[in-house]
Design a protein around this ligand. Sequence first.
Ligand code: NAI
Length: 251
Amino acid sequence: MKRFSGKTVLITGGASGIGRGTAIRFAEEGAKIALADLNTAGGLETAGLCEAAGGEAIFIETDVSCEQAMQDFVESAASRLGGIDVLFNNAGFPGAVGPIEALSVEDWDKTFSVLVRSVFLGMKFSVPHMKQRGGGAIVSTSSIGGLRGYAFGHAYSACKSALLNLTRSAAVELGRFNIRVNCICPGQILTPMAGGDHSDLAALEADMATRQPIPRAGRPEDIGNAVLYLASKEAGFITGEIITIDGGLLA
Ligand code: NAI
């Protein structure tokens, strides 16, 4: 019996990077997975990789910032997989970048919609299913950018910081329903988002390796392993916690 056999896991931002790496780790442990993303080709590819890794997976094209789309994703996933045990709120993008006086209100609001409203929506629609099931685990992806100031990334930093207290307040409310809520703060992880339009990934990886005490680039599966732990019964007494996974960068 694998660690997540029979468990159902919803993952946003599952078409790429950390979401994909985490989905594959859950699949290797026998989970049934529903992936949400705007990127259909990438989402279908991740679903295929999950099946190849031993899990079951479906992909549903979803804009996580849209209330109706998130409700449809959660309801459809719950009905097709048979309930919800784990929600991994992970979709993201760099958002509005620039000096404060140059940021537009529209870009500011869009960043909050994708990075914060989405997590609220994921919780809002999944929690009733978890209560019905007698418990569950929610993990959300913040960032070391939510723990420290991030010049020119004001919106991103403010959003990721907002997730810390959304995590804590939801954990306080939901503990009595056996629903645990935790948050991870990745450091620099080798994904398309971290790479931007970097054409030389080997050079990027070598550069990342010089920046923290553990001398290698972080990988999606490093994050996935922490998410699996937080979602597992071994973490049954951990809630409202923020875990930094950065190779010691902030140590
Ligand atoms: P990525 O770009 O590889 O994956 C992000 C995924 O989110 C993409 O597949 C994208 O299509 C999806 N997405 C973006 N907006 C969406 C929307 N409105 N609706 C549905 N899907 C949407 O990036 P990565 O690195 O895997 O990022 C995952 C999470 O990790 C993000 O929340 C990011 O902020 C966070 N993070 C990443 C770090 C890194 O170094 N890569 C460091 C700290 C945090």
